[in-house]
Design a protein around this ligand. Structure first.
Ligand code: SF4
Ligand code: SF4
Length: 392
């Protein structure tokens, strides 16, 4: 099966030379806003690329600082969103990282993550057979995770499967499905990393092996819907997997908030009141990548007595939490610095509860607000719904 994404120097060269150096991307880039050095701005990176792709061979003799700048990116898509020449910056960044990785110019932390993914099928040094340990408190575990003739399959993702701070999210969702009478099949050990840390770094060949496993395991179930907890996994499936599958996948890809919002509309979720002031953070992957803005808000609007307020930046203008694009593993200090303006907005909004729909955002904001000794409670929507759902 071929990997036909165009990372050719010719394609990257023509993209880089479409730039008119307007600087719109510079104003919105969270990395540039956090560091303030011209070398970190997307505009400058494109300018430098124009020179480096014009040499022969292209990208020869890279200054170390220059290659480092490409890994300092959260994949937030803000630059692409504002570019007036519609430059495919995400493909440009991915393509450059593909070539940098092949030349050995990649951060050590990312190289070891890639090795772990190849060896363990997840981003951690943990056995993949333990992928459903989060479900141990569930009555009837592990059988209850594998119903016969399931309505849907659920793809949890590495972070929520293994990281204790956020493993309450799949547990909450499993409880909601059980109470709502939805037969949800959690893939568990059959699920391998979606490949996002590899595709973001331009390593498509290794990602293909993971994708083949995941597609075949879902296909075997015969379901027509695959529901995701992690928006990064979903966007990887949406953007990368059809290529590996040689065509459209034979099932729909949905974020769990879309599935729950439909259940709400059909009267399938009976929710208790939550008389608090609540806001929702649009994650980069669920919002700008997947265009899912209304489903989480539809769920929140259905909760009696909940007072919903928007944060200062929301929908497509939402601010990045700092953890995306592998940045949390490459440069945690920078990721934390990027999260500060959003943490300021959360504190200034006067809310009691911040709701997220991405495990990485949930983790970053929980730790960031704890550091600030803030009283704001952080919950994933699945956790909030699990807390409020009445027995069916
Ligand atoms: S994707 Fe985001 S972090 Fe990366 S260059 Fe674009 S605006 Fe900056
Ligand atoms: S917004 Fe687009 S055209 Fe303008 S500097 Fe950035 S990459 Fe170049």
């Amino acid at each position: 099966m071929g990997v036909e994404k165009d990372f050719s120097f010719g394609k990257l060269h023509s993209e880089a030379f479409s730039c008119i150096q307007c600087g719109y991307c510079r104003r919105v880039c969270p990395v540039y806003r956090a560091l303030g050095w011209e070398s970190t701005s997307p505009r400058n990176k494109v300018y430098q690329l124009q020179n480096l792709l014009s040499t022969y061979p292209p990208l020869a003799n890279l200054p170390e600082e220059f290659s480092q700048r490409f890994w300092q990116c959260t994949n937030c898509r803000r630059c692409t969103q504002v570019c007036p020449t519609h430059l495919d910056l995400m493909n440009l960044w991915q393509g450059v990282k593909h070539h940098l990785g092949k030349k050995g110019y990649e951060p050590a932390s990312l190289r070891s993550t890639r090795e772990r993914v190849k060896r363990n099928k997840n981003i951690f040094s943990l056995a993949n057979e333990n992928r459903s340990f989060w479900a141990m408190p569930l009555q009837g575990y592990p059988k209850v995770l594998k119903p016969e003739n399931p309505d849907i399959a659920v793809f949890v993702g590495c972070v929520a499967s293994f990281y204790p701070l956020v493993s309450g999210i799949p547990l909450a969702l499993a409880n909601v499905f059980l109470k709502a009478g939805v037969k949800a099949y959690f893939l568990g050990a059959d699920e391998h990393c979606c490949g996002n840390p590899l595709t973001t770094a331009g390593d498509l060949a290794t990602a293909e092996i993971l994708a083949e496993n995941n597609i075949s395991k879902v296909r075997e179930l015969g379901v027509d819907k695959l529901v995701f907890i992690c928006p990064s996994c979903q966007s990887t499936w949406l953007e990368e997997y059809p290529r590996y599958n040689k065509g459209q996948l034979p099932f729909r890809l949905l974020h769990y908030t879309e599935y729950l919002a439909d259940l709400v509309d059909q009267g399938g979720l009976d929710l208790k009141p939550y008389p608090r002031r609540v806001s929702y953070h649009d994650s980069c992957d669920l919002g700008r990548h997947l265009g899912i803005y209304e489903a989480p808000r539809r769920i929140l609007r259905a909760i009696p007595e909940l007072e919903f307020v928007e944060l200062a930046n929301h929908h497509q203008d939402s601010l990045c939490c700092g953890a995306g694009g592998n940045l949390y593993m490459v440069d945690q200090k920078l990721a934390n610095k990027i999260s500060q303006p959003r943490l300021d907005q959360i504190e200034e909004s006067g809310i009691d509860t911040l709701v997220t729909a991405c495990a990485e955002c949930r983790q970053v904001f929980t730790l960031g607000l704890q550091d600030r000794k803030s009283p704001v409670r952080v919950l994933d929507i699945a956790e909030l719904v699990a807390e409020l759902i009445r027995e069916g």
